[in-house]
Every structure is written in structure tokens, then in C-alpha cells.
Design a protein around this ligand. Structure first.
Ligand code: 13P
Length: 256
């Protein structure tokens, strides 16, 4: 059993008007505070427009707040973008970077993700760097190679277990109800950790949390979260229902 404290993170994606977001945050905050000593961290990442409202609701809970993306620059002429400092200004502690939906919808590259992570670190934000293979890459036997290349190219040299989390999200498992097999997930997470060790040294690599994401649900969470190198989940659909999100959090194995 690992000593890494599990992180259960909800990526709300483009869902939630402020009233709805506030309601969901109240429910999640209340559930979390019903077990303040439970040995896992919880994080929610609402859309930018709901960050402040959700942050106010979560203020006296231990649920962390994160953005879903940020720009690599501090400020300036970048219409439609949000800087890491702006996220910190609304009390975010985390930011998701390089999600496959950003890589596909906005053509974000590994190099950009790396620069965004460095910029996030400069504002003391924890970067959650997402990687994952497509179905075609999995079926052609290239999944491990593709994902480790993404790690090498998107994780900056200043990454540490204090400022970086990795999320492995097979693209074909996101929002589809299809989940990678526990054996495939463990193999991938172990390879990711090996790659991080080559890049950053074994101490950092042993401490960095690697989350699984892709159709994680109350029904499959326990099995996935029990895997040696799985240190939590990045949850989309099921994070929009407080009870489901909480059930997933409660499926975390206890820390030894
Ligand atoms: P789902 O849990 O809806 O498959 O989404 C996963 C995800 O993309 C989280 O970032």
C-alpha cells in the first residue's frame, strides 16, 4: 500500500450554471465535512464562470478548488484565456492541463502543456497534467510508448510531488462507459512512474500522484483505486452527482 494520499478530483467540464454549481458544491462540502479525518483529498474543477461562487461555498471545507486550464503567460493580449494568477486570485490551488479535450478541441501540444505547467507552478498552483492514448494507438500496441512520450514532453523539469499530479486518461474511455482493465491501468501507471523517475529522480517519482480517469464510477472505483500505482481519480460525469463522487472517494484504500 502506498503512502501517497489519494486525490479524488472532479472535472465538471462545461457543465453548471452558478446556481447549480453552488448546490453541487454545498452537497460535496457537506459530505466531505461529515468525515473531516478521512484520508483522501477532494478537489472540484468547475467552469471558470462558477469558480468564485463555488470557492465561496467551499471556503470552510477542506475541498480544494481548481481551474480546467490556464494560459502560459502571466497576462496580456490573449483573448478568451485565463492566467494562472487569475486562478490563484479566486483561490484555486490546482489546475488541470493538457486534457485530451483541450488537445483535440484547441490543438494544445505537449510543449504548450509544459509551459502552462511551469506558469502554474510559478503561481504556486498544483498542475494536473493529463496524458492518454487514442483507441487506434491502443489497438496498434503503441499505448505505453505514446503516453510515456507525452510525459517526457509535457512534464517540466521543475515538477515535484508537491506541485504536480499526473492523470492518465485513455481517450477512448472518456465519457464512453468503457474502462481500461485493471491490469492495463496498473501497467501504464507503473511505466509512467518509471518515466518520471528517469526524468526527476526516484524520490519525486515515488511521491507524485498518478490519477486514473475515464468512466470512473462508484461501481468500478474500488478495484481501480486499489491498484498499486493508482493514487486517485479524475472524474467527469460521476463528479456531477455528489453522492456518486462521494462514494468514489470512500472507495479509496486507507494509507498504510
Ligand atoms: P468521464 O468520467 O465522464 O469519463 O470523464 C473523464 C474525464 O475526462 C475527466 O477529466
Amino acid at each position: 500500500m502506498s503512502e501517497r494520499r489519494p486525490l479524488i478530483a472532479g472535472n465538471w467540464k462545461m457543465n453548471g450554471m452558478r446556481a447549480e454549481a453552488r448546490r453541487l458544491a454545498v452537497e460535496i462540502g457537506t459530505l466531505r465535512m461529515s468525515q473531516p479525518d478521512a484520508e483522501f483529498d477532494m478537489l472540484v474543477c468547475p467552469p471558470f464562470t462558477a469558480l468564485e461562487a463555488v470557492g465561496q461555498v467551499l471556503e470552510n471545507t477542506s475541498v480544494y478548488l481548481g481551474g480546467q486550464n490556464c494560459h502560459a503567460s502571466e497576462k496580456g493580449a490573449h483573448t478568451g484565456d485565463i492566467s494562472p494568477a487569475m486562478l490563484a486570485d479566486v483561490d484555486c490551488t490546482h489546475v488541470i492541463l493538457g486534457h485530451s479535450e483541450r488537445r483535440t478541441d484547441h490543438q494544445e501540444t505537449n510543449e504548450q502543456v509544459k509551459a502552462q505547467a511551469q506558469a502554474a507552478h510559478a503561481q504556486s498552483l498544483i498542475a494536473i497534467i493529463c496524458v492518454g492514448e487514442t483507441l487506434e494507438e491502443r489497438e496498434s500496441g503503441k499505448a505505453l510508448e505514446v503516453v510515456c512520450e507525452q510525459i517526457k514532453a509535457s512534464v517540466p523539469g521543475d515538477a515535484s510531488y508537491g506541485n504536480t499530479v499526473i492523470a492518465y486518461e485513455p481517450v477512448w474511455a472518456i465519457g464512453t462507459g468503457k474502462v481500461a482493465t485493471p491490469a492495463d491501468v496498473q501497467e501504464m501507471h507503473s511505466d509512467i512512474r518509471k518515466t518520471l523517475s528517469e526524468m526527476l529522480g526516484s524520490e519525486e517519482a515515488e511521491g507524485i500522484r498518478i490519477l486514473y480517469g475515464g468512466s470512473m464510477k462508484p461501481e468500478n472505483a474500488k478495484e481501480l483505486l486499489a491498484l498499486d500505482d493508482v493514487d486517485g481519480g479524475l472524474i467527469g460525469g460521476a463528479s456531477l452527482k455528489a453522492e456518486d463522487f462521494w462514494t468514489i472517494a470512500q472507495s479509496c484504500p486507507s494509507i498504510s
